[in-house]
Design a protein around this ligand. Structure first.
Ligand SMILES: [Fe+2]
Length: 229
């Protein structure tokens, strides 16, 4: 599997406070059957590292990973919180895309209703492909909104936890609806230190419920296409 959304890079956000925990998270991911991870630290008010700082942290983490003999492949991206002024920041090239591609992982406030479709429209018009992070978790998310996002050229990511974890019933219900309509592009872990990585369980669940090809698409092939640009 390829994990397109993970907070594993140490000391850049609330994902991991030290190198040891980060390396443990990689080993755990490998045990789950993950071969490639895109590291996507938060970019929001509290966590505001520059692109240069993130690139530096990424290079040094890759070296530590090699030293530890972990063979998982790493890439860099960012999970960008959309707030006022986002258009200008995108135009100025302030954000890191996923693996140097044209795809940007974006997130929204969980509670305060945001016009997600409008943001997708604006970014798509600028030539970017927005990937909406953990769509099922926004309190105002619904199936019509998901249809609209896809029609406007955006992609939908859901968390593995929302398929098989102990998360809220509402998350599971919406995730299930999204799968039934074929609206899910990516399942990812959104792993933080202290959370359970359930990628393997989620893959098996999707494979049994929706078929092997769908599982391959949402856990691997679609992410591979993004990594390859
Ligand atoms: Fe995240």
């Amino acid at each position: 599997m390829i994990d397109l959304h993970a907070h594993v890079l140490p000391l850049v956000d609330d994902g991991s406070n030290n190198l040891t925990d980060s390396l443990k998270m990689l080993i755990e991911a490998e045990a789950q059957g993950v071969t490639d991870i895109v590291l996507t630290p938060h970019r929001r008010r509290k966590f505001c590292k520059s692109k240069e700082e993130l690139n530096k942290a990424f290079e040094s983490f890759c070296l530590e990973k090699e030293k530890a003999g972990i063979s998982i492949n790493l890439y860099l991206g960012q999970e960008i919180y959309i707030s006022n002024g986002y258009k200008k920041l995108f135009t100025n090239g302030e954000f890191l895309p996923l693996c140097d591609s044209n795809y940007f992982l974006i997130e929204f406030d969980f509670v305060e209703e945001t016009d997600v479709s409008e943001v997708v429209y604006v970014l798509a018009k600028q030539g970017f492909v927005p990937v909406v992070a953990h769509f099922e978790r926004y309190s105002y998310a619904n199936i019509d909104m998901a249809r609209e996002i896809k029609a406007l050229g955006g992609l939908i990511q859901v968390n593995a936890q929302s398929l098989v974890g102990k998360g809220k019933f509402k998350f599971r219900k919406l995730t299930s609806k999204l799968f039934k309509e074929g609206l899910v592009d990516i399942v990812a872990s959104d792993i933080h230190c202290g959370r359970v990585n359930c990628m393997k369980k989620a893959y098996t669940f999707v494979s049994k419920k929706y078929g092997k090809q769908i599982a391959e698409d949402v856990f691997k092939l679609n992410a591979k296409k993004i990594i390859e640009g």
